[in-house]
Design a protein around this ligand. Structure first.
Ligand code: PHE
Ligand code: FE
Length: 279
């Protein structure tokens, strides 16, 4: 799912489309596998084929190497099957949800190494673009990197940090870190820039754009700047933040953010795409 869920996606004008009546109190539910139509499986197959063909030279090596762990490419995979491999790799599991969920349950799942995956897929009319996260975004975009031990630990730490931020009224600042790393992060590899963020990797347009276009700004990831920079939810990003490695990301975000939040709250927000003289 994308982000500190509703906070990351902003206030949607439409109610979420999933059926929340069928979920447990932690918002998880059984993957409603029998609800998938042949058209749904076909949508997954076509999205997977288009997106996987784009990856070489644009997606991070770790993502490309882990993608086959999702299993079936020609139909929607069963989450249970993925979980057998994911649990063995990093002790994470994916859990089905009806769609976006509130911040505290979202953070709580991540803190417990459970990644919420929306169990419905977009309609054929939404093939190229959907604002709300669906199964394809959540599964194809997010789950491969959960097979990487360092990245998997980072996502858990983010969940723990989210529960802390919630108590400190700092979710918006923290959600920008999620947005610019887990959703729209770029990584510098020896051969060049690559994408590791799920919002990029599940988008056929933004994947080449984020890596190759001369238009957007690309800055080294920097905690203070990232947490002050606003973001677009319905267009390509104007700013991307670049890391050198997942270990760098993990180490940079390891310090206690509690003293940082009031400092940042006292500073103005930064528009994305804006060139600043300093930091
Ligand atoms: N170190 C952060 C804190 O103390 C938690 C965190 C870790 C947040 C990793 C995001 C990513 O709040
Ligand atoms: Fe997402």
């Amino acid at each position: 799912t994308t982000g500190a869920a509703p906070a990351v996606y902003g206030q949607s004008s439409r109610p979420p489309r999933g059926d929340y009546a069928r979920c447990h109190t932690d918002y998880t539910c059984a993957q409603n596998f029998s609800a998938y139509s042949e058209a749904d499986h076909d949508t997954y197959r076509r999205l997977y084929a288009r997106q996987s063909a784009l990856l070489p030279g644009l997606a991070s090596d770790v993502f490309i190497a882990a993608l086959p762990s999702l299993g079936a490419k020609d139909r929607i995979p069963r989450f249970d099957e993925i979980n057998e491999r994911l649990w063995r790799a990093t002790r994470w599991e994916i859990v089905a949800v009806p769609g976006l969920i509130p911040e505290v349950p979202f953070f709580t799942l991540l803190a417990n190494r459970k990644f919420p995956v929306t169990d419905w897929i977009r309609t054929p009319e939404e093939f190229d673009y959907i604002v709300e996260p669906d199964l394809f975004h959540d599964l194809f975009g997010h789950v491969p990197l959960l097979f990487d031990p360092v990245f998997a630990d980072y996502v858990q730490r983010y969940g723990q940090g989210g529960l802390k931020a919630q108590a400190l009224g700092a979710c918006e600042m923290l959600s920008r870190l999620y947005w610019y790393t887990i959703e729209f992060g770029l990584i510098r590899q020896p051969e060049g820039l690559r994408a590791y963020g799920a919002g990029i990797l599940s988008s056929s347009g933004e994947l080449p754009y984020s890596v190759r276009s001369p238009v957007p700004q690309r800055l080294p990831l920097q905690l203070e700047r990232t947490m002050r920079t606003r973001y677009q939810i319905d267009s390509f990003q104007r700013t991307y933040f670049v890391i050198d490695s997942f270990q760098q990301l993990f180490d940079m975000t390891a310090p206690d953010f509690a003293p940082l939040y009031p400092q940042l709250a006292a500073l103005p927000e930064i528009e994305s795409g804006l060139a600043l003289q300093a930091g």
